[in-house]
Design a protein around this ligand. Structure first.
Ligand code: ASP
Length: 360
């Protein structure tokens, strides 16, 4: 048939036979990958990435899907991102979900784990891959890690059949709401301590099918939040005082992630600290307990220091990352009219962000 293409990938990857080449939308939202050197340090440049990608021969290779690039201005260093940015990315995907086989979001690494987590909740019903990637070194640098990230992400977005929000970085495809930035210098910048990679990219590309979530029915746009809740993350440390905790948990705070020690332990011998948490819970603040550790789960039944939090009305964050817990709180408090319903959904697995069987 005219225009028919046998289209596939290299060794070990499911090949796809289609009448037309699959198509991927690349959304550029900011980050080092598309930054240029300026007198004030690296900063985003709206024209740079399109010009650079147009000169990459890999991107016109017949084995690669077709792709379009859309620059979602204003381009930002991801350190400047806010929930409005999560929403504009979510809506850009939702508006075009039917037009593309997959999406690549070129994003800064600093808050990529937050955006990926937030998108996993906002894109409820997602049926296509959404892959966030970026780089540690800008494309202006000869040793940039960005080139391979762009090429492989575009390939994976069209072929990997992982209809989730993921992060592709340094040869690994990680579930986005399980990932954390673990390195500011090494090229291996992300890891997911509580879930093996969904994909490993070497000479062959291997997808851990048993871990991949089923596709949803599709998105409905526009994605809106009914309110913008005030949520906080508090890292517990030796010497934290009740006055500080009271101030952080005071109105308008509606939700809080307590980043505790180890398996969810809190300095419970400090009665005034625990009382500050209890007061907040009584006021209706939804408080969730997450570990400061990169791997492992909160077990509020394991130590008396964790049990004290459970008795104070704190929800277990199970094995969620603080990034996932914070964005989930934001999403739930922004969409549920009833804080009780938000509290209930917090402990449920909404987008693969937690495993409840291992945790109390
Ligand atoms: N500050 C940059 C950002 O997050 C860092 C990066 O992209 O690697 O946008």
């Amino acid at each position: 048939m005219p225009g028919a293409a046998r289209w596939g990938t290299r060794a070990g990857f499911a090949s796809v036979r289609r009448m037309t080449r699959p198509r991927v939308l690349v959304l550029h939202v900011g980050g080092t990958i598309g930054m240029v050197r300026t007198p004030r340090g690296y900063a985003p440049d709206p024209g740079f990435l399109a010009a650079f990608m147009a000169r990459m021969p890999e991107l016109t290779h017949p084995d690669l899907p077709a792709w379009d690039l859309e620059v979602l201005e204003p381009l930002r260093d991801s350190a400047d991102f806010s929930p409005d940015d999560w929403l504009r990315i979510a809506n850009a995907v939702a508006a075009r979900e039917g037009d593309y086989d997959g999406f690549v979001v070129l994003h800064g690494t600093d808050t990529m784990a937050y955006t990926a987590s937030a998108l996993s909740f906002l894109l409820d019903g997602l049926s296509k891959p959404v892959i966030l990637t970026g780089s540690q070194l800008s494309l202006v640098h000869p040793r940039s890690d960005g080139r391979e990230h762009i090429v492989t992400s575009i390939l994976l977005a069209a072929t990997c059949r992982v209809p989730e929000v993921t992060i592709y970085f340094r040869s690994r495809l990680l579930r986005g709401n399980r990932a954390q930035k673990i390195q500011s210098d090494d090229f291996l910048a992300f890891d997911s301590g509580n879930l093996p990679p969904l994909g490993q990219v070497g000479v062959s590309i291997r997808i851990a099918r048993h871990l991949v979530r089923a596709p949803g029915p599709g998105l409905s746009a526009p994605i809106v939040l009914d309110r913008r809740p005030h949520v906080v993350a508090v890292r517990i440390f030796p010497g934290i005082t009740a006055e500080v905790l009271d101030a952080i948990l005071a109105p308008p705070t509606a939700g809080a992630v307590l980043e505790t020690y180890g398996a969810g332990n809190f300095p419970s011998a400090q009665a005034d600290l625990l009382a500050a948490v209890e007061r907040a819970v009584r006021r209706g603040v939804v408080v969730v307990n997450c570990s400061q550790c990169h791997g492992g789960a909160v077990r509020q039944d394991l130590y008396s220091t964790g049990r004290a939090l459970a008795e104070a009305g704190v929800e277990s964050g199970h094995d969620m990352t603080p990034e996932a817990a914070l964005t989930k709180l934001y999403y739930l408090l922004g969409t549920c009219d009833d804080p009780g319903a938000a509290r209930d959904r917090l402990g449920r697995d909404l987008a693969g962000e937690l495993t409840t069987s291992t945790a109390a």
